[in-house]
Design a protein around this ligand. Sequence first.
Ligand code: F6P
Length: 358
Amino acid sequence: MRLGVLTSGGDCAGLNAIIRAVMLRAVYGYGMELYGIHEATHGLLRRPVTATRLTSDTTRGILHLGGTILGTTNRGNPFAYPVEGGGTVDRSAEIIQGYHELGLDALIGIGGDGSLAILRKLALAGGWNLVGVPKTIDNDVNLTEHAVGHSTAVEIATEAVDRLHVTAASHNRVMVLEVMGRDAGYIALSAGIAGGADVVLIPEIPYRIESVCAKIEERRRIGRNFSLIVVAESVKSPEGMVHTVTDAHGQSRYGGIGRVIAEEVAKRTGAESRVTVLGHVQRGGSPTPLDRVVASAFGVAAVDLVARGEFDRMVAWQDRKVVAVPLAEATAGTRAVDLNDTLLHTARGLGISFGEPV
Ligand code: F6P
């Protein structure tokens, strides 16, 4: 059997750990021939297709490395592929053909909800046998408690809160940390709890700046002249605006809400404030043990699904077990922080403010 594997969407820590686990299980467990496709579906678009035979030699020493040895992209939707000079074309047929040219019997696609939805569409149109593995620092893939990469991002964000804590206390400042999370507040929520933040702002809970300032004043009254605010990038400003930046290619992404909050707080409370935007630091570096463990479990389970001929499934983590869920359901939408989430309850119990009206 000839199996392919690719990484798609934004990178994160733990992708190489999945690739390694897939290699060990596929090549040594089942005697499969394994090919790592370069740069997501871009490798299937090139002629000849660009892929590397994955063996213990070509995957040596990657378990602890961030990034992905295969490369990835979160641009170039095959169904609306950008062309020079503007506009898009549908290049899905070429990509579908690339899978068949490589002689694949099955493909393991490692991606977030968006990438997995695109891969599924290709699989349905082209007769691919697809199994998905969830990864994303945002942890917003449906039906799985863990997506690979999230634990590492939370660790990095927590370290940032810790570092900001001491400098905030030394200068009596309000420190605002803007963390990633496209439409989900999991990183902000976990790092806020782990780092002892005073205010956590997430897209799932609309906030009022007056309430944020009230929390800062409340701390002052008990002699705490500094405060830590963790804000998810996708939070709207008090006027209901989403803050984005547009790059030279016309692509827009989140960024800027941290500055808005820091300025408003300074204006309204008179406190000195500073903002730190953590950005892509959250995606790099060595994966945490939890990300390595989940990545390894997912890699092994994904190959087992392939060996059993169970396709159109995604491996998922539920109640400390790896399970297989329908890819259709997993990609039907994204998972946001549930308002009954135990971490929300925990944060409230610790006195963390979400900036809700009081
Ligand atoms: O989805 C992962 C993520 O890191 C988001 O948290 C963030 O909004 C986005 O990707 C950034 O994308 P890019 O790598 O294109 O800047």
